[in-house]
Design a protein around this ligand. Sequence first.
Ligand code: KE4
Length: 432
Amino acid sequence: MAVNRTRSTELFAKAKTNFPGGVNSPVRAFRSVGGEPFIVDYGSGPFLFDVDGNRYVDYINSWGPLVLGHAHAGVVDALHAQAQRGTSFGACHAGESELAEIVRGLFPSLELMRFVNSGTEAGMAVIRLARGFTNRRKIVKFEGCYHGHADMLLAKAGSGVLTLGLPDCAGVPPAAVEDTLVAEFNSVPSVERLFAACGSDIAAVIVEPVVGNCGLLVPEPGFLRALRDITSQHDSLLIFDEVMTGFRVHLGGAQGLYSVKPDLTMLGKVIGGGLPVGAFGGRREIMECLAPLGPVYQAGTLSGNPLAMAAGIATLSEWSKPGTFERAAGVTERLVDGLRAGAARHGISLVAQSVGTMFGFFFSDKPVQSFRDTLQADKEAFNRFFHAMLDAGVYFAPSAFEAGFVSVAHEGEAIEHTLRALDDGFRAASCR
Ligand code: KE4
């Protein structure tokens, strides 16, 4: 039965007269899956409701932040209380340390930290800090990993080992990425080759410890430990981008889950509970290079914003209560089990996996352990699955190359409805 999205169509047409592609962030435009996005009216718990009154189980959760679901009463109350006391001060306030101490309690590697307003800002800051602390220029990143849209991190692998990074999009001048080297996730040799050639000039290795930006890629046993050892051997820094994995793969992030301690960490998403927040932190001696103590400059008008701090405190206080994370991780496992069983019922090859409350799946008959493996997956089958599930009231990421997210609110009706709807999705996926 066709779903009525008349009002969404009207409003998206209006959006396209205001924004390029009608969106304020590209992935929202549905260009990867085809069709047009619905327009959200409101969210509640695990559900989004569009302007035509259709309900969707939301497995994007604003791309990770909403571990408690939409419009959680505790978060809303905290925001309301803070708003009445002021929305921004541009000055020190107690909420900054209150949230910082919750974060540092779960991420003890953050001896000092600083709040910013997005993951992109955190990425810019940690690269500048790593270069300032080591007095080196080169950075190693991995194909398929995304660390925000700062120029020096929008690099793709050049041909051959030593070819310096190439711009990964228009507008990035070659000079901005000439010191960005690109390795392969889960390939220790690809990192060793770069260090063998440039080790004494490599300031840092930056990695999504569990990759969520080309679908879900899980680190193979020993990979993260190898990055730790290689960077230590060469006096380079190890940076974990935990903007997505933080509090989601484990309350202490991937560094807690895999017991690998980075020198610097990026955070975002969950710590703002849906408001714009990023953060970075790490070893005291590195962080003390930051202004006003040291020579590395970084600043932000709304950094440590009281509303964002209030939402983050309310979110993490609830999320870190005993059993909450485990409940959401259990729902995530049920979802992945359901995806595997559903694919099997329809004779479809599917690689589905989860780490804590993050999940991903590829329509592939081969293991998916590297960025290049993801490119072999059947994108068209995903797109057919995506739209059939959307029409069945289940909203997965509108791209085969994104991860999915579960909140504690997905228990009950949301996961039960999803599991009942999977046959619609796989039936569509199997129809070429
Ligand atoms: P923001 O600047 O979007 O707050 O964070 C950038 C960022 C940094 N590091 C990681 C690991 C990230 O996943 C992100 C942003 N993630 C995307 C989802 N793939 C945000 C969605 C979007 O771009 O609209």
